[in-house]
Design a protein around this ligand. Structure first.
Ligand code: ADP
Ligand code: ZN
Length: 518
């Protein structure tokens, strides 16, 4: 426990330097923990107020607080901000001359500055300073960068374990906005702070309604959605630059004031698009994931994912750009198997391929969920919701299951008869008895189950097959041209009386007239 005198001192510092009357959420507990010299891990969403958690200790503590930060580009702004508030701070990185660097080290040693921001690559230049004679606290910002399990891995972060060895009695505070349980564990291990107290703020953004739809006629659905929300600002996230341009064109053709944004645009264009969006001159931006970082717009009412994001961290961050004002907002994700296959291709060959694929798998499970989506989303961040949220599509419209054993058997026996060599599209063509060139070339029109399923539409077959995949009753062999394969459950369904329960496909029937062909 911290005595009241120190508590008063903390509040005075908060008011004097930052102009705030009270701490937010767990800030005070976190600060007190650090002041008791305990290692601390803070998981708090972006905008939650992480900086104050090490800046207030920095002004209260006697010596220097070393802040490890990955983004040289942002250091100057952060330091200028602190100095403007009357807190002596400086940064140390490779953009400075040797003379400037020497100057800063001297200021640190003579205790003229309270905070020193340093890039991990530049730490080696501070050998003499990393000593308990001078340093009272170490803050590690964007701590997820240490973990190859994280989404923004930086090798230079991996040497930070030496800090605890060199400064065994100095508290380390590690902070991040995105960390699943595995990343969190990794941070603690690599920083060698096994006894760190963890402060995990809630990630729940209750005001954002979650919805996932199958990706049929996406452009049409997006136009309908926007027309149902006239005048509301929103972002459509797309996988590729080309996508952003195509969708933006379709929206403009339908009278929706839309810009597009991606890394291929000039700096001037990007700035203009951002500003027009912020000042409500454009209603919609079709963008790649490059859009949104550092954009402070509180009245974004919806975010649509035209394509599936590659992991849940990305999804969460992107939908989090809506409803910052706390008012109702919507997040709509289109789920397509083609996207999953595409994202798997991107991941293959990456240095952390396994990690990326595991994360993609979690994203896929979220998209295909038949239970409360918010529960799944929050559990990814280690947070358990006691009750279903009531504000996601599954809660609002719980799926109704029917006995789909016969449908499953038709699918599985067709997979058997095509020798587990064919992907979803061809398999459905066989089921529906399509006489196209591909089928005829391969002689698939001669197999026994050809045409046994022409009473079910193509899209509906796809919906059923995907459910079988999700239930592990068949699987996609990504390394064999995405051929559908049998699993240990397939036989049980075909021959041992195992029943299969499926949901009916959702047929989106929206009545707004659009000018899109597909
Ligand atoms: P993070 O680093 O978690 O993304 P910041 O530290 O940048 O968040 O804080 C986000 C915003 O919230 C900043 O404008 C900050 O000044 C403000 N803020 C932080 N703590 C408080 C508080 N106790 N009261 C009011 N505003 C706060
Ligand atoms: Zn729910």
């Amino acid at each position: 426990m911290i005595d009241t005198e120190i508590q008063n001192q903390l509040h005075t510092a908060l008011k004097t330097y930052f102009g705030y009357d009270s701490f937010r959420g767990q800030q005070q507990d976190i600060i007190e923990n650090v002041l008791q010299k305990k290692d601390t891990l803070v998981i708090m969403p972006t905008g939650g107020g992480k900086s104050i958690c090490f800046q207030i200790p920095a002004v209260v503590l006697e010596g220097l607080t070393l802040v490890i930060s990955p983004l040289i580009a942002l250091m100057k702004d952060q330091v200028d901000g602190l100095n403007a508030n009357g807190i002596k701070a400086a940064f140390y990185n490779s953009s400075q001359s040797a003379e400037e660097q020497q100057n800063i080290i001297e200021q640190a040693i003579t205790k003229e500055i309270k905070l020193l921001y340093v890039a991990p690559e530049s730490l080696s230049g501070l050998e003499n300073l990393v000593n308990e004679k001078y340093i009272s606290c170490v803050a590690i910002d964007e701590a997820h960068c240490i973990s190859s399990w994280g989404h923004d891995f930086r090798p230079s972060y991996q040497q930070l374990g030496f800090l605890k060895k060199q400064l065994p009695n100095t508290p380390i505070i590690a902070l991040t906005a995105t960390a699943d349980k595995a990343t969190r564990q990794d941070i603690i291990e690599q920083l060698e702070i096994p006894h760190a107290d963890q402060f995990v703020a809630s990630f729940d953004r209750k005001n954002i309604e979650l919805e996932v739809r199958p990706a049929d006629a996406r452009a049409k659905q997006i136009i309908n959605f926007i027309k149902k929300h006239p005048g509301q600002s929103g972002i459509v996230y797309c996988l590729s630059r080309k996508n952003t341009e195509q969708i933006a064109k379709k929206l403009n053709d339908n009278g929706i004031n839309t810009d597009c944004y991606h890394a291929g645009l000039s700096f001037e264009d990007r700035t203009r698009v951002q500003e027009d969006f912020i000042f409500d001159k454009t209603q919609v931006v079709c963008a790649t994931v490059a859009f949104g970082m550092g954009i402070d717009k509180s009245n974004v009412r919806w975010v649509i994912h035209h394509n599936m994001p590659k992991n849940i961290e990305g999804y969460y961050q992107e939908i989090g750009r809506s409803g910052r004002d706390g008012l109702k907002a919507k997040a709509l994700l289109f789920h397509s198997y083609a996207d999953v296959i595409q994202l798997r291709k991107f991941a293959s060959g990456a240095s952390n391929e396994e990690v990326q694929i595991a994360k993609l798998e979690r994203m896929k499970q979220f998209s295909e969920a038949t239970t409360c989506r918010r529960k799944i989303l929050l559990s990814y961040f280690g947070e358990l919701l006691a009750d279903n949220c009531g504000n996601c599509d599954v809660c609002k419209n719980p799926p109704k299951f029917f006995d789909g054993t016969v449908i499953a058997q038709k699918i599985l026996s067709t997979i058997t008869r095509v020798h587990q060599q064919e992907a979803i599209g061809t398999l459905i063509d066989v089921l529906r008895g399509a006489n196209n060139a591909n089928i005829l070339d391969k002689g698939l029109n001669r197999i026994k189950t050809f045409g046994i399923g022409n009473d079910i539409s193509w899209k509906d077959w796809q919906h059923y097959i995907i459910q079988l995949i999700n239930q592990g009753i068949c699987e996609i062999a990504f390394h064999k041209n995405n051929a559908l394969q049998l699993t240990e459950f397939s036989n049980k369904v075909l021959f041992k009386g195992l029943k299969v329960y499926l949901t009916h496909p959702v047929h989106i029937t929206e009545q707004v007239k659009t000018t899109v062909a597909s």
